[in-house]
Design a protein around this ligand. Sequence first.
Ligand code: URA
Length: 432
Amino acid sequence: MRFLDIIEKKKDKKELTREEIQFWIDGVVREEIPEYQSSALLMAIVLNGMSERETVDLTMIMRDSGDVYDLSLIAGIKADKHSTGGVGDKTTLALGPLVASQGVKIAKMSGRGLGHTGGTLDKLESIPGYRIALSNQELIDQVNRIGIAVIGQSDTSVPADKKLYALRDVTATVESIPLIASSIMSKKLACGSDTILLDVKVGEGAFMANQEEAEILAKQMISIGRSLGKDVRAEISNMDQPLGFAIGNALEVIEAIDTLKGQGPKDFTDLCIYSGATILQQAKLCENHKEGEDLLRKAIEDGSALVKLKELISAQGGDPGVVDDPKRLPQAKSITPVYASREGWLNRVASRELGILAMELGAGRAKKEDPVNHAVGLVVPHKIGDFVKAGDLLCSIYHDQPLDEMWLSRLQAAFGYQDSACEALPLIYKTI
Ligand code: URA
């Protein structure tokens, strides 16, 4: 087989066979196909697409390019969730313990943040002592014992995606539905859970800018999962404004803890309850969505979800004392309030820009190798549709370095006002 012929074929809008896709992925993993040739094929896929059969083949071949977890020694239905990424998205930290407190088995492998979006691993690492690496046996034992483990994906899992994603990032070939669907699903399937809930974010702070594209992506990922007999469902949710109030690692851990104490922001609490009820249905632990929601609200009220979070933190070597005393988490040197410059209804709380501003404080990484400062970030206690008066608190900046004027004016510009009432945004557009 010649790789040049495979590029020609996709350039001519033809379907690639399973063998041709296998030849490509093997060549990528063994570094036998030069990156310029893979880039040409990636661009041909961006422009000409892939059939459903090609997308499923690509997903399975990528999944099998490295270690695939076998969770069969964990009793019960293992559920996983995945968000396509957003700003202030700390859902796993609250949702994991919440559903685990009701008997769902969660063996979750999470990733790090890059650019304006955060990553669960960075958030967990702000808890002193928390270990993100467990051996296979430790993972299985912990989930059998307490129902939940949240770890980092191993270096040897889905190496094909690691290589291709890095190449896509620098060749303008990220934005392709079959490439995104196969990248996400190969990693999810390698984790070995029985059911998966996908949260496909849509809006200015997300990969998908509009609902139609988000829905096509969601349907592709569902059909990949179903072709393997997995119960995969998806929610399309809003990312035109940050989720919850906090952006930044330790700040988001505090918000997740507050949420499990029943004192979290309404949007974030509602998303955890809604998604959690879907997961309870997938794990066959409730009859219908309403019953699932009731069970989860009770788990917050009676403290069982909070107890599960403490168990998770201690099992992975972290300090469970952070739950009762958040001052044990990393603390920023300064907190600077920013006030509304005028009166009006907020019509813009720009999630992408707020995510970038938080990253520039040190909360995230511009490049994969950059260090992260777990203490810093932003707390934005407002949503689109809120009325504010001039001088009301708009945002609190948690920082270690002096703030510069240009950064502060960009922060003010991330908020927009109008003189008449503005509608609040929906949280979840659709469940598929
Ligand atoms: N997230 C992924 O894991 N892969 C993509 O291609 C896009 C988002």
